[in-house]
Design a protein. Structure first.
Ligand SMILES: Nc1nc2c(ncn2[C@@H]2O[C@H](COP(=O)(O)OP(=O)(O)OP(=O)(O)O)[C@@H](O)[C@H]2O)c(=O)[nH]1
Ligand SMILES: [Mg+2]
Ligand SMILES: [Zn+2]
Length: 362
């Protein structure tokens, strides 16, 4: 077994799941990119191979369970000229989901088995705190850890940068924030700490913030297409597909296209963590089902009045709640009822967690 090659692609945590299948006739492989139904994979004896899910997988799995970038799968070699066949998707350690508007059966997995998501923003552009909250909520849901990367610091002066960092720190309690410049190389030592051998990171964030420029810098070659931003400093969707690369130093990185819409899924846990500051306060509201909309004895409103937290945080939570509720209703009325039950459980969950989980205490 050429385990050292596989381990350089991050196989170690999956080897037990693979060997317990007891299928020595199949080989483990990792999905590098998806080109329509065909996937490019890497296996110990094959640096690059095309593969397709077996008919059984295609017919028995929901779309979000089918192999995607970052997945570990089992393969049998195809007949001469044909693509190799994928038989299993090994259980994912993490998955970042993008919710399809109103259609749960079309939810998409953006990337599988990522250890750390780098949420890239750009220092010269107003990083909408609401958008950052949304991304963070989805990352917390994924099971992976978030890091915020503020790129293009070469374009702003010290005080503008300090203001941008403070604003981000306020919406992302406890999340590391790393200011960098992909052009000048500033901050690259701090970022390098996340590029560890066998460790998979993925870059997410709006088009034009410089995700592919960072990847090219790490790869030491211009592998990814980079396009100038337009007059309003918006990206032009230079990257069109997700792709996993092995870096010269041993780290693994997935570049993703900037996403226009970033939905949320199963926020029961992610929401509570992204809004840990509000969750901790909510435990002290007088009413158990307090919505923090001016109810008497609301600890969240009191903290806002006292200037301890930004009212935008509470408004951000309310906005997410409304969007989720609307998405649920678009699906169908039976699900909307279920959604209400979920919200009740979530609110109870936030209260229970903030009582027992010391992380959520201030
Ligand atoms: N000044 C400056 N420009 C940068 C920096 N990093 C990236 N850029 C520029 O920003 C533009 C967009 O960069 P990309 O790397 O294509 O952005 P992206 O996030 O990959 O965009 P999508 O692939 O569309 O999601 C390019 O013109 C880059 O040269 C930086 O640190 N400083
Ligand atoms: Mg790109
Ligand atoms: Zn309240």
């Amino acid at each position: 077994m050429e385990h050292s090659i596989l381990d350089s692609w991050g196989f170690a945590p999956f080897s037990l799941a693979f060997s317990s299948l007891a299928r020595p006739d199949l080989m483990p492989a990792r999905v590098l990119s998806a080109l329509g139904p065909r996937l490019e994979v890497v296996a110990a004896a094959h640096p690059s191979l095309f593969a397709q899910p077996s008919g059984r997988l295609r017919h028995t799995m929901a779309p979000h369970q089918l192999p995607t970038v970052g997945d570990w799968v089992t393969l049998s070699p195809g007949d001469a000229g044909a693509a190799a066949v994928i038989h299993h998707v090994l259980p994912r350690r993490t998955q970042l989901l993008r919710r399809a508007a109103g259609r749960r059966d079309q939810d998409q997995v953006v990337a599988a088995n990522v250890d750390t998501f780098l949420l890239v923003t750009s220092a010269n552009r107003d990083a909408s705190p609401r958008r950052v909250e949304r991304y963070l909520t989805a990352v917390w849901d994924s099971g992976a850890a978030p890091v915020i990367v503020v790129n293009k610091i070469d374009l702003v002066d010290g005080s503008a940068l300090a203001a941008a960092l403070a604003e981000l720190a306020a919406v992302a309690p406890g999340v590391p924030i790393v200011p960098v410049s992909a052009h000048s190389g500033a901050g690259s030592a701090e970022l390098a700490a996340y590029l560890r051998p066998g460790h998979t990171i993925a870059l997410i964030g709006s088009s034009g913030v410089g995700k592919s420029t960072l990847v090219n810098r790490w790869l030491g070659r211009d592998h990814q297409t980079v396009l100038p931003t337009d007059d309003n400093d918006r990206g032009r969707h230079a990257t069109t597909r997700r792709e996993l690369f092995a870096l010269p130093g041993g780290g693994l990185v997935i570049d993703t296209p900037g996403m226009r819409i970033f939905g949320l899924l199963d926020t029961d846990t992610g929401l509570a963590e992204a809004f840990a500051d509000i969750a901790a306060l909510a435990a002290r509201c007088r009413f158990r089902d307090c919505q923090h909309r001016g109810e008497p004895g609301c600890a969240v409103d009191a903290a806002i009045d006292a200037g301890e937290i930004d009212p935008g945080r509470r408004d951000g939570l309310h906005k997410l709640e409304r969007e989720l509720a609307a998405a649920e209703r678009r699906r169908d009325p039976a699900l909307a009822r279920e959604a209400r039950e979920r919200w009740k459980a979530l609110h109870k969950g936030i209260r229970a967690r903030s009582k027992i989980d010391p992380k959520l205490r201030r």
